[in-house]
Design a binder for this molecule. Sequence first.
Ligand SMILES: C[S@@+](CC[C@H](N)C(=O)[O-])C[C@H]1O[C@@H](n2cnc3c(N)ncnc32)[C@H](O)[C@@H]1O
Length: 307
Amino acid sequence: MTGESPDGSAADSALPPSEQRQAVRERYGRIATDTDDGSCCGDDPSARDDGSCCGDSSDDAHARALGYSSDDIDSVAEGANLNLGCGNPTAIAGLDEGETVLDLGSGGGFDCFLAAQEVGPAGQVIGVDMTPEMVERARANAAENEASNVSFRLGEIEHLPVADASVDVVISNCVVNLSPDKPRVFREAYRVLRPGGHVAISDVVLTAEIPGDRRADPSSVAACVAGAAPIPDLEAMLTDAGFTDVSIEPKAESETFIRDWDSERDLSDYIVAARIEGRKPAPESSESPESPATTAPGHASGDSSDE
Ligand SMILES: C[S@@+](CC[C@H](N)C(=O)[O-])C[C@H]1O[C@@H](n2cnc3c(N)ncnc32)[C@H](O)[C@@H]1O
């Protein structure tokens, strides 16, 4: 599945990376500024229009199907939950008070606001998103939610605007599949994590080859379908980045909402939502605490090679 782009970076879909980024930015820019919402994963507008696909932001049933509780939904002001996820990463992250959390592709900020409740005022949550309209919307939502321990940064998850070894937990919800360079996303997550920190990601993974014409379809890539990678590829990317305790667990129950993403094809034939986890090893107790390994094996911090 993972190929090479002409300049040597990894390309995970059949689209050139720049086209992929453009399709993703356009789609999520539209969603961020669409007050009627109508947003969701999947690439079938008719499924969205009849409310069966991810619904609108008032459709709590979809959020519950992803794993959010009614309390989660009620605890965040309307406008942050755009129903764009495929799981509930905060529920699997096991957050503690005072921790620093980074959300890759934070969208309207829903998962950031939930994480902020868990880490409390002593902790902080940073959301990173490459779509300016989405960051603007998330910042407005932060004001609405009076979430003073949440901030949003404009940037790409392949080039995180975050310092080395400064984060305890990296979360993400239905975003890594959209990246044209997933190995780099995991290397960046590893770089910014403190030793002993971990990733807790909800994302779609590939279970069967998507027909070639769909893999190169920008709207299918941007809709969280055609850019998904198979579990063995993702495991290798996490391990190569330096993570240990790597675990990728498909969630069979996601079939029900993934089916709703398209009224003409059953997308659950190709993708399933999964829980993706890994840990950045803590230094051996015999090692000096002043010399933690903050950089993935073979990857210098601040690696500036680009797609
Ligand atoms: C499917 S939405 C998920 C949003 C949010 N995580 C949620 O669950 O509601 C994908 C989000 O990731 C952002 N995104 C996609 N690819 C990205 C990348 N390479 N770097 C930064 N943000 C990205 C998009 O702009 C969009 O806001």
